[in-house]
Design a protein around this ligand. Sequence first.
Ligand SMILES: [Zn+2]
Ligand SMILES: [Zn+2]
Length: 180
Amino acid sequence: MFISVHELEQKKLDFDEEFRPGAIDFGPDLRQSEPLLTTGRAEVLHEHRGAKQVIQDVRVVGHLATKMEIACARCLDPVIHSVSRDFDLLYRPLGIDRKGDEVSINQAETEISYYDGDGVLLEDVLREQVLLALPIRTVCRDDCKGLCPKCGGNLNAGACTCNEQVEDPRWEALKVWKKP
Ligand SMILES: [Zn+2]
Ligand SMILES: [Zn+2]
């Protein structure tokens, strides 16, 4: 859904959208496993700089919720993360801020990004917010044993035979005895 500055100049935009998995491109390493629900409001803010310059900023405030699958960093099994996040974002026209420019509005509660062209694509806003909400690295469980570096087998499912040593036959009797 495109949030057009031109349309925001006419009136504020309230949105209540549902994005099915696949509608937003999260790249090859992430999978959206449930519809992404978002509600919020977009409006244009006029930022006055000097006597003549008026900058059209786009403010997007809202909430999103979905579930994402990330591969465990050790065993690559999918791990589900629930994402539920509030956002309050300000988009300025790209190129308007030069380095060292003083920022004239209060950004205490607002993160600043930039938009290129006529507005902001809501999908881009949501993608970024989901990525920010996810951990950089995830493991399926703290004691995940990962994959065998030799055969690639998942060691959580049981030991592979790669590291089995030739055992002393004298222990065989004991092993049998230890089995339940
Ligand atoms: Zn794992
Ligand atoms: Zn192995």
